[in-house]
Structures are given as C-alpha cells and as structure tokens.
Design a binder for this molecule. Structure first.
Ligand code: FAD
Length: 450
C-alpha cells in the first residue's frame, strides 16, 4: 500500500469535495482502495483531467481516485495501442505520430485523458464511416469493479464492453485501454458560411454522413461557419505550425481576448460587437489555405486546448436529431436573442456544433437512436451563465435534445428517463449488481440511476 499516497485536500480537487485523494499506480492498489471503506470513504470517484462541466466526478466527503500517475503507453501494435488511463490524448497522439500512426477520429479538447474520454461522452466531427465518439474506438478495457474484482472486457464480450464505454466510472475504475489506431491518414477541410435561414433549408440532408461536420454559430451576426472534412488523398497530414496557430486562435487567443474585453469594456453594447468581430476574424484563420488539409496526428496534438488560465471558458452541450437540426439552429438563434433582451446575458464565444454519426457502441451513447448534431454554448463570463443554462435546458427539452452526463447541466431525472428510457433502466440494473453497496455512486448520478 505504500505507493498509494493519500494527499491533503489540495486546490485542483477542492471543487470535487472529497475527504481523500489517492493516486494509485497499479490495479492492485485500485482494488485496495475500493475495498477499504474505512480508510477511503464512499463515494469513490475516478478522476481523469477533471474537464467535465457537470458533477459527474464529484465525491462529496468521499474519495477521488486521481489516475494521473497511471499514464504510460504499454504496447503499440499494428492496429492497436494499449495505454494506462491517465495519459492525455495530446501526449498519446504525439507518441503515435512518431511511429507514423494516429488515433481514429478527430477529437477536440486534446488535454482530456484516455480514461475520461472512454468513460464519458466525447465529441468529434466524424468523417463518413467514423462514429463520432472516442469511446467507440476502445476494443479492450480492463477495469477494477466496485467490489475490487479485476475484469477484462473485449470486443468478444460485446454487451459488457457496450456497458463500459460511457459508464462514467459507475461500473468500476478503468486501468487499461486498448484503442484502435491506423497509419496517419490525411483529410481535406472545406469551409463555407451561410445565414441561419439558408442553413435551415438543408433539412434532413444534415443527417447524411457524407463528410465530417463542425459548425461555429454566431447567432448575433446571423452567421454559421461550416467546416467539412473528407478523407484526403495524401498521407502528409497537414502543416503542424498552421494547425497550432489555428488552435491557438480559437482555443486560447479568442477566449483570452473576450475576457480582457469584458474587463476593459463593461458596456455590453460596445463589448459584444467587438468580440463578435474577433470571432469572425478567427474564422478567416480556420479557412486559411494551410489548414485545408490535416490529419488527426497533427490536430490531436493541439496544446492550446487547456481549460485553465486566462483563456478559460465554460460550456454546456445538448445533442439534437440531425435531420431536425436546421430548424433547431434557427430556433436557437431566436432563443439567444430573446434571452439576451430579457436578461442582458449572452454567450460571448461562438456556439460549436458537431455531427455525430449513429453510434451503438455504447449503451448510453447520445446518438444511439440515430445521427445527432450537438450544440455547445460557450462563455468566458460566469455572471448570468447559470440562468442561461437553465433556459437552454428548457429550450433543448422542447426540441427533443439528448443530454450528455458529463457536459449537460440542469437536466431533471424525469427528462433523462424519458430520453434514455429502457437503456438507462438496464444500465441501472447492471450497476446495482456490480455495485450493491453504492460504493461509486455519487449524489449526481443517484438522481438519475434510481
Ligand atoms: C471548456 C471545456 C471544453 C470542452 N470541449 C469539449 C469538446 O470540444 N469535445 C468534447 O467531446 N468534450 C469537450 N469537453 C468535455 C470533456 O473534455 C469531456 O467531458 C471528457 O470526456 C472528460 O475527460 P477527462 O479526462 O477530463 O475526464 P473527467 O472529467 O475527469 O471524468 C469524466 C468522467 O469519467 C470518469 N472517469 C475518468 N477516468 C476514469 C477511469 N479511469 N475509470 C472510470 N471512470 C473514469 C469520471 O468519474 C467522470 O464521470 C469540454 C469540457 C470543457 C470544460
């Protein structure tokens, strides 16, 4: 047990409310933590990089298992890589790139951990054939169950691996993951922009998985910027420096500038037009010729997607049926304007959307029933954000939105039951069997898992 360090409540974890924080280095230590209820009080919550925006990893009065020290690459084979859960996607992408390999799927927010991305919803602009969620690419998962048993779950035990992907640390602590990889493959990026009314005319065509689709919505400028990705012919993989510059502009410079402008220009009638102009200027960087081709190997190693420092922002995501998304986007523009007129609050960053292809690889997948398009409202400002998120939840419920347990706030348990229905009931039953004493169940999930 000596390698299990019990640390004092320290700042990065304070928001998660635990009385103990432990950093195991082996699965045996994880099992010891889970079985020692006196020393490590319940609830026990695994922790990746803590980038989720809900209380999914909160452990009030309980124990946080920080997996940051289990961050090694264990094996690289021809089509797979086996890693410990605490490695970040950015780090893994760089290691694989040295071998001429890349992770399948283009994943935003590269600083999250493999464990967090397999156990929680993660979005991407999925190119035809890819499903749009990181977890789908996990072909083998090793987990210590809530009662301390080690389980190995592979593609051959299909129903079990379907439960473990997006299991939010409720069925055990993942300590090893084998992921599908492939040789670095290029893609091409085409950009375009339109207004909300024209976009709505796309109707059901938005559900066709022809190309990867990422959108930047500026409701107050009536502009939607589209980024379409298609498999490329070259394996070159794009210009690293140009992609880094794009990353820096969108994920660091823009939020940083928005925060500074909010500080320097308190009059919102002056502040927001200026920030919107900067957002539009950032779009010209996205459309620049040097980022018209890329690869996951280059994009995933983005280092500017940090969630701390001056550029930090918060956000809330809902997923909507793709075929109805044109109308949803139009209604969203009106919702944002109405909310601003009524409350004086609006999001200062562009809203981001991804199309997720249908994905049945996880029981709690948000696109289980069909292709979805997500809407992530982003803001660097906190005053007024909570009320916005509440109204956004009402808006989403009216438009058949599906919540993501790690990215959507203010969702009632009745609404969750109605959207996940029998899938959630089945997941809850299995959870009760694997965790009869609710060792890993926190308050947040207790509301949904009854
Ligand atoms: C500002 C911001 C921007 C974001 N942008 C995006 C984006 O563009 N696209 C996107 O998809 N997501 C985005 N996210 C969401 C976030 O990256 C995801 O929620 C991610 O999956 C979490 O990874 P993590 O390592 O931080 O995990 P954590 O937040 O630490 O944990 C997530 C969940 O997984 C569980 N867990 C973690 N590790 C393990 C393990 N080893 N075993 C069992 N359970 C485990 C935790 O208990 C928790 O329930 C964003 C979040 C923020 C705050």
């Amino acid at each position: 047990m000596s390698a299990v360090a019990l640390r004092k409540r320290s700042s990065p974890f304070a928001a998660f409310g635990p009385s103990s924080i432990v950093s195991p280095t082996t699965p045996t230590e994880i099992a010891q933590i889970l079985t020692d209820t006196r020393r490590y009080p319940s609830p026990v919550r695994p922790f990746g990089s803590g980038s989720s925006t809900t209380r999914c990893a909160t452990a009030n009065g309980g124990t946080v298992i920080d997996l940051g020290e289990m961050n090694r690459v264990l094996r690289i084979d021809r089509d797979t890589v086996t890693v410990q859960p605490g490695i970040s996607l950015a780090e893994l992408a760089e290691i694989l790139a040295e071998e001429g390999k890349e992770l399948v799927g283009g994943f935003d927010l590269a600083n999250r951990t493999v464990g967090g991305a397999v156990c929680a919803a993660g979005l991407e602009a999925s190119i035809a054939g890819d499903v749009g969620q990181f977890a789908a690419h996990a072909v083998k998962i090793k987990v210590v169950s809530p009662t301390g048993r080690k389980l190995v779950v592979g593609d051959s035990s299909k129903s079990l691996i379907t439960l473990l992907r997006l299991s939010y640390g409720l069925l055990g602590v993942v300590y090893e993951v084998t992921l599908r990889i492939r040789p670095v493959r290029g893609f091409t990026v085409q950009t375009a922009h339109t207004d909300f009314k024209e976009f709505a005319k796309l109707g059901p065509r938005l559900a066709v998985p022809g190309s990867g689709l990422k959108l930047y919505l500026l409701p107050f400028r009536d502009h939607i910027y589209m980024e379409l990705r298609r498999p490329g012919t070259s394996s070159g993989g794009g210009k690293k420096l140009a992609w880094r510059l794009k990353d820096w502009a969108v994920y660091s410079a823009l939020p940083g500038a928005a925060r500074s402008i909010a500080f320097a220009l308190p009059i919102r009638q002056l502040r927001y037009p200026l920030i919107d102009s900067l957002s539009e200027a950032a779009q010209t960087l996205i459309g620049n010729p040097f980022v018209r081709s890329g690869s996951n190997a280059v994009e995933q190693s983005g280092r500017f997607r940090a969630l701390t420092g001056k550029s930090r922002f918060t956000y809330c995501t809902w997923a909507f049926p793709a075929a109805e998304f044109g109308a949803v986007a139009l209604a969203y523009k009106l919702f944002c304007k109405e909310h601003y007129a009524r409350t004086g609050f609006r999001c200062d960053m562009p809203t981001i959307a991804f199309r997720l292809n249908q994905d049945r690889s996880a029981l709690l997948s948000p696109s289980f029933d069909g292709p979805m398009i997500t809407l992530s409202a982003l803001s660097t400002q906190i005053d007024g954000w909570d009320d916005f998120v509440l109204d956004f939840a009402d808006f989403a419920a009216k438009h058949r939105g599906v919540p993501l347990f790690n990215q959507t706030r203010n969702v009632t348990s009745e609404y969750v039951s109605s959207r996940f229905d029998r899938r959630l009931a089945f997941f809850s039953r299995v959870r009760r069997e694997l965790d009869p004493h609710d060792r890993m169940l926190n308050q947040y999930f207790a509301a949904y898992m009854s």
